[in-house]
Design a protein around this ligand. Structure first.
Ligand code: NAI
Length: 270
């Protein structure tokens, strides 16, 4: 039976950041998991969110659950679905331009889309290497380029790294390498975009309960092994990471740039 402490413990209330209302955000990989939570969470703070995913059908379906036919949500923000592929700089450039045209501004770019292949070194294929770097690294870089092109001073970019950038495991060599690259890209982008008044930070989640990590529940003993390395003793939910994202995009983080913030229950040190 699954360990009780796999429960993600959602007994907390997220802070509100009223200054975010009316601002405009792009969230990649928004059809499910953390991206869907970020998109709806930002919209509930009054943000106009353009969600991007290669899976347009799932994206539209998930947005339809939180918004009316015009994309308006209960929190006052809006949800707009756009098909896009983060491995293509043209695709992301088009989305940044469309966001700026539709709303007259672009304030936040959340590079969340990612893939998580797991294979031991001997069986990793060249195609897997290219695809993982393409989505997890190229996608972050192209996203920052597209955003910086249209953002005004005060703009914020948040990239998704992972605890895997700092802690390695068998079967995750390529994934860990891509997330370490995101950590370092974030530092470089913060340096290059600082004089445009754009802040760039990353989030490094630990074990978060999404479709990406469902496999853990299917392997006997895997959940207990994972929990043993989490000092807080339970796995995370997308809402835990949303709390950190809202802080990073808010004015409370106005002097925070070039940082990778762990949201991992302490597991980077576990
Ligand atoms: P997920 O697998 O549930 O969702 C990822 C989304 O990205 C999907 O909707 C997928 O269609 C989309 N996507 C994939 N390739 C794309 C492309 N080329 N263009 C546009 N969209 C694309 O993943 P989850 O768990 O929500 O993770 C989100 C991010 O957080 C990823 O970058 C992941 O590496 C990272 N992360 C996840 C952790 C976890 O425990 N779930 C832990 C640490 C980091």
């Amino acid at each position: 039976m699954e360990n009780q402490s796999s429960n993600k413990r959602l007994d907390f209330k997220l802070a509100g950041y009223p200054e975010l209302a009316g601002r405009v955000a792009v969230v990649t990989g928004a059809a499910r998991g953390m991206g869907a939570c970020f998109a709806t969470g930002l919209a509930s703070q009054g943000v106009h969110v353009i969600g991007v995913d290669i899976n347009e059908e799932e994206l539209k379906a998930v947005f339809a659950k939180s918004a009316d036919a015009n994309g308006k949500t209960a929190g006052g923000g809006t949800l707009t679905a756009m098909r896009g592929d983060v491995t293509s700089s043209e695709s992301l450039g088009g989305i940044a331009a469309a966001a700026a045209k539709q709303f007259g501004r672009l304030d936040m770019w959340i590079s969340n889309a990612g893939v998580f292949p797991q294979s031991e070194i001997g069986s990793v294929t060249a195609e897997q290497v290219r695809q993982t770097f393409g989505v997890n690294v190229d996608g972050v870089f192209f996203g920052a380029q597209a955003a910086a092109d249209v953002m005004q001073p005060g703009g914020v970019i948040v990239n998704m790294a992972s605890v895997a950038a700092f802690r390695v495991r068998r079967g995750r060599a390529i994934y860990s390498a891509t997330k370490a690259a995101v950590h370092n890209l974030t530092r470089s982008l913060a340096v290059e975009l600082g004089d445009k008044g754009i802040r760039v930070n990353a989030l490094a989640p630990g074990f978060i309960d999404t479709e990406m990590t469902n496999w853990v529940r299917e392997i006997p003993g895997a959940m207990d092994k994972a929990l043993a390395s989490i000092p807080l003793g339970h796995i995370g939910a997308p809402e835990h990471v949303l709390g950190a994202l809202l802080f990073l995009v808010s004015d409370s983080a106005a002097y925070v740039s070039g940082q990778t913030l762990g949201v991992d229950g302490g597991s980077r040190h576990g």
